[in-house]
Design a protein around this ligand. Structure first.
Ligand SMILES: Cc1ncc(COP(=O)(O)O)c(C=O)c1O
Length: 341
């Protein structure tokens, strides 16, 4: 690109992609980043100061955590997906927080000026969808903004692929959406933040990864526009993905595997009944590889102790034969390793 966006790094393709994303989400404006990690990294400190509060799910993605670390706002971490814990945190932020850095200063806590609730739309380790309906309700009650990172939902969850926001019936009620173009939307790279025009304008003025780093290459911008074209032209890919997912989830359950229930194409196959779950997950992944199936074993510290798993990601590009082959391999390895009978 030869330079960042505001010098000479903006091409019409970037503007077109931003408009396209705004139209897709029915938001006012969009700003592109070279990744969603950057979108999250450059979000919070551009909008909030020490007088503000961020209320954040304990299992949010690393990029949200790092973005929050860069910001002086007070942090309230709520228990993962626990709506009463979220409400407690909102109450605390509203009641008053100590914003005075100097320990000698004996000043009263003050209520947060602005509050943002930050959550993943889908939590990537479990394929679990956030309860956005309740989060939006609580945000309205406590006069907070809502920020959703929808990297694991953009393009396929919801009737038209508008992610967990559409799935949860809260389109138009989420203030800030960040997401990646590096997963369902083509899979190369790129990220964005979309929302109210005032927020996006502030980001254009202040967001450091936008101001001080080249944006995505024009080739990726064009490919991403083509991905949105595909998405809007037909529901075929989404329907095939959901059918593949249903088949795989249903058959794996029938075979006796311990999978976290849900509808998401991320399918976590757990080893909770086994003491040596971390070793087993790796042995299982190795044996699958020998059967021609590439699936990665996750274990502590990527997931909590006792929650090792093989994480499968189903794709619309998988054929019925490929899904069948994967199921056959799982059944064979599962029986060999005595994970199923
Ligand atoms: C929830 C979430 N947010 C952000 C990212 C980062 O996206 P990108 O690869 O575009 O930086 C990821 C990638 O794993 C993710 O899962």
């Amino acid at each position: 690109m030869a330079s960042v966006r505001f010098i000479c790094g903006t091409q019409s393709l970037h503007k077109r992609l931003e408009e396209r994303i705004s139209a897709f989400y029915e938001t006012e404006d969009t700003i592109l980043y070279s990744s969603c990690f950057d979108a999250n990294g450059g979000l919070f400190e551009s909008l909030l100061g020490a007088e503000d509060a961020i209320v954040t799910d304990a299992l949010n993605h690393a990029s949200i955590i790092d973005g929050i670390r860069l910001c002086k706002a007070k942090r309230f971490i709520y228990e993962h997906a626990n709506m009463s814990s979220l409400e407690d945190a909102l109450k605390k932020a509203r009641e008053g927080m100590d914003i005075w850095d100097s320990p000698g200063l004996d000043k009263e806590p003050v209520p947060a000026r602005n509050i943002i609730i930050a959550t993943d739309g889908v939590f990537s380790m479990d394929g679990e969808i956030a309860n956005l309906k309740r989060i939006v309700e609580l945000a309205n009650t406590y006069d907070a903004l809502v920020m959703v990172d929808d990297s694991h939902a953009t393009g396929f969850l919801g009737k038209k692929g508008r992610g967990s926001i559409e799935y949860g019936g809260v389109l138009g009620q989420v203030d800030i959406i960040t997401s990646t173009l590096g997963k369902a939307m083509g899979g190369a790279s790129g990220g964005f933040t979309t929302g109210r025009k005032e927020v996006i304008e502030l980001l254009r003025q202040k967001s450091r990864p936008y101001l001080f780093s080249n944006t995505l290459t024009p080739a990726i911008a064009a490919a991403s526009i083509a991905a949105f074209d595909l998405l809007e032209k037909s529901d075929d890919l989404r329907e095939r993905l959901m059918a593949n997912t249903e088949r795989f989830r249903g058959e794996m359950t029938r075979l006796g595997f311990d999978i976290i229930p849900g509808i998401h194409p991320i399918v976590p196959i757990m080893f909770r009944k086994f003491e040596n779950d971390a070793v087993l997950a790796q042995e299982f992944a190795k044996a699958l590889y020998e059967e021609g199936i590439y699936a990665v074993g996750f274990f502590f510290p990527v997931v909590p102790k006792g929650a090792a798993r093989i994480r499968i990601q189903i794709s619309a590009a998988h054929t019925a034969e490929q899904i069948e082959r994967a199921l056959t391999a799982f059944a064979k390895v599962g029986r060999n390793l005595k994970v199923i009978s």
